[in-house]
Design a protein around this ligand. Sequence first.
Ligand code: GLP
Length: 265
Amino acid sequence: MMPVRSIEIAGSTVRVFPSASLACVAAADFITRTIQEATEARGRAVLGLATGHTPLPVYKRLVALHRAGEVSFRDVSTYNLDEYYPIAPTDLQSYRTYMDRHLFDHLDIPPNRTHLFDGTVPEAFVADYAATFDRWIAAEGGLDLQLLGIGRNGHIGFNEPSDVSVHEALRLPSRLMALHPITLADAAADFGDEGLVPRRALTIGVAPILAARSILVLAFGPKKAEILAQALRGPMTAEVPASLLQSARARVTWLVDEAAAARLG
Ligand code: GLP
């Protein structure tokens, strides 16, 4: 088996695994350690979680570790990156359904500590509501760890590419976003048809993501190779939101497979 190699790109650490499943085992171990260290130090752990296809094996592994008695989520709070808007939490395609089904229903986490944006908030209140999320996270003492995937267009959460300055991009708060055409196309399979994908979503902003004490980014497969190279080797730009992670590089760990690393050199 090929060994795990570490590449240093302009101060960012990238760990390249022979397969996505091995990277996911490492991610689950990293999360478990974070929970143990944070609960020992502060009596609780606050995790930022992601959806999409990428983290599914991580959640499977966390459930297995919990069942084996290796980790408890009793003192954990979670904040998810994003939710479609509008959508009911009970909708099969909602991220609330995804998180309950793949993770929360199988853990000892208190249900009132799993936070996802509610996609039913009336439009007149949605901006205030999104801003409240940032205050909740701050009131919990900030995120111990943010788990991230990366969209084919470089989005993190649903912070989509835009033409704002880097200065503004780094300060983007949680908010309602219009989804980018690539995001809509990629979500089509989950909804059965692109026309059924909600056009907007609530997302945790760039600023609260970057404020996490540690950030774990996962990228797997050949479809992520080009955007990964842009995020790590390109300039910081709001056109590639994942490139903004360079501003927190000392706190970011990239876990990728060989296929995604193909253009890193
Ligand atoms: C999704 C999510 C993101 C996720 C990204 C990549 O739409 N909103 O949080 O990281 O797009 O998705 P996937 O892991 O399926 O490639």
